[in-house]
Design a protein around this ligand. Sequence first.
Ligand SMILES: Cc1cc2nc3c(=O)[nH]c(=O)nc-3n(C[C@H](O)[C@H](O)[C@H](O)COP(=O)(O)OP(=O)(O)OC[C@H]3O[C@@H](n4cnc5c(N)ncnc54)[C@H](O)[C@@H]3O)c2cc1C
Length: 458
Amino acid sequence: MSQHHEREHLALVIGAGVAGSEAAYILAQHGIRVIVVDQNALPYGKIEDGLPLWHIGLRDRVEAEIDRKLRHPKIKFLPLFKVGKDMTLPEIMKEYKFDAIILAFGAWKDRPLPVPGIEKFRNKQLIYQNDLLKWYNHKHEPGFQGKRYKIEDGVTVIGGGLASLDVMKIVMMELVGNKLKEKYGLQYDLFTMEKKGLKKILDENGIAFEDLGLKGAALIYRRSAKEMPLKQPASDSPEDKAKAQAVAKKLLENYQQKFLFRFIPNAVPVDFEEKNGKLTALILEKTLSKNGKLIYTGERFRHETPQIISSIGSIPVKLKGIPYEGDAIKTVKGTALVDGYSHLYAVGNAVTGKGNIKMAKEHGRQVTENLINPDKPGQINLHKTLDENYLKETDRRAETIAEQILALPLPTQEEVDHVWELVENRRKQIGYKNYDEWIAKHKPLRLEQILKQNKNLP
Ligand SMILES: Cc1cc2nc3c(=O)[nH]c(=O)nc-3n(C[C@H](O)[C@H](O)[C@H](O)COP(=O)(O)OP(=O)(O)OC[C@H]3O[C@@H](n4cnc5c(N)ncnc54)[C@H](O)[C@@H]3O)c2cc1C
């Protein structure tokens, strides 16, 4: 061990997305040293790989905010460190003394499509949303190494949330954009298509959708349009619920008008057909929903499709050492404390798998603020329950925390130096000098920059 470091409280945050960077920042502001690890070279998580790349303003704003937080002098960012691969959580806990460990690793596993046997088509005729978005967001980058996909005419998207509408936009822009180029020599970049909508572009060129000779794409949802989770009701009152449902229906109609896809409500895929090893059709079962309860009617019909994109939600990856209840990390009821642990917490999408940027950030903040009792520095504020409104606003799952990092005895000099040794050795191995240099080296060339530079579409 070469050098002694300041003895101070230590926390580990796993995942450097919206929630992890917020949690780390709050702790750092309280004078706690925070090591933030991420499996990727870049922090940002879903902002980089999930949020479709046309959200330029939102992406740049949120990434700049994450940068600002991770630059805090008390925070040490350690990229290319995957918990579960480089070290397991039990190994970390055994080897290092952290006053708190915060799981902020998001939800990266697509919920498996519940149709028996359909997995054999994965990455062939079945594409999952997370895989699709990684390709779509990065396919233009020189040196892109990931899996490449081709959207087939007649594709079917299964889902019903906002993300599935983004997926519909992607597939329709791919189909129509390629056709316009191929058949009419018209080139539209995705930013223009997304902003104007496909209907307007076709109208401006005097082309009807039917002229394209495309089958198009269909969105299948298990309930009706108004039941799509596109708008959170302001309250649980029947009036507010009805208002939110009307907004959801209108939102879907607007998307359909602009992006020209078909919508098949009240249908659930239950089986499939194949020919020569290729998927050819889905068997759908009609459903009804009564007072929010989904009823399978037993009536089935065939839906021909050469390709399926499943957009039915993401769930946290299962990591060794963490208890799960179904798909979710098991937390002590009403808190964000992971069940069975005294200093392990979960924040952001890692907890439920759903949520937006605001919710992930707010969750990271609330949970972490409750780790420290600002009124009584040095005292533990155990398992304070979060305010009702916040829970309603966020993911409705009661998450809380309290811990007294600041009241715990400081780790020993040896324990502190041991953690630093890990960070410094790893950084050396990967050639990490400082945050800004690292980010500049790894931030990909943006599509809008490529388009500006050479006017050629990728
Ligand atoms: C298609 C789509 C559209 C969206 N559109 C919007 C929108 O318009 N507005 C909005 O507000 N939100 C939107 N969202 C949601 C938003 O992106 C997320 O809610 C938010 O970014 C989640 O933040 P997080 O920090 O909880 O998780 P993440 O961003 O997933 O961060 C988790 C981090 O943990 C890292 N990690 C994972 N496993 C490990 C491991 N084992 N070891 C180390 N590191 C690990 C990951 O690399 C990642 O960096 C969209 C999402 C999708 C998919």
